[in-house]
Design a protein. Structure first.
Length: 140
């Protein structure tokens, strides 16, 4: 059995190259390099006021808020999402999350139909100096 403890992850800090408000701590707990065949996950944390950054994903995604309150924008439609709520993000539809609460927001994204994901952001991330995240290029 493969399993991951979300409470004990090594997260990488990402900051927008030209936008310090685009800021998160994130990792991909399970994806193709870990042996998945048709699913992948991303886990990220946003501090109050921080945004994930507008982007598209190569697969449909479900966003589950584990802690906190966020505003989710999916394809031009915006609404609140809080602990225990899930939002659907269709494949290749632009979306973003902003922490609107007073505490850290913790979110798990679950991708169906793909074990490797390509996320393309409108803005470049540091430390990668890229606007693309491709799990196929990540080592397990």
């Amino acid at each position: 059995m493969k399993k991951v403890n979300l409470n004990n992850l090594e997260l990488t800090e990402f900051t927008g190259k030209d936008d310090p408000g685009q800021h998160c701590h994130a990792t991909f707990p399970m994806f193709g390099a870990h042996g998945t065949k048709s699913t992948a996950t991303v886990y990220f944390e946003l501090d109050p006021g921080d945004a994930l950054g507008r982007h598209t994903d190569s697969a449909e995604e479900l966003l589950l808020v584990l802690e906190g309150e966020v505003e989710v924008e999916v394809g031009g439609e915006t609404g609140p999402l809080s602990k225990g709520e899930i939002a659907l993000v269709p494949q290749m539809i632009p979306h973003n999350l902003i922490n609107t609460g007073k505490t850290k927001a913790k979110v798990l994204g679950m991708f169906g139909g793909a074990n490797n994901i390509v996320a393309t952001f409108e803005k470049t991330w540091l430390p990668t100096d890229s606007n693309t995240v491709d799990t196929a290029q990540m080592a397990g």
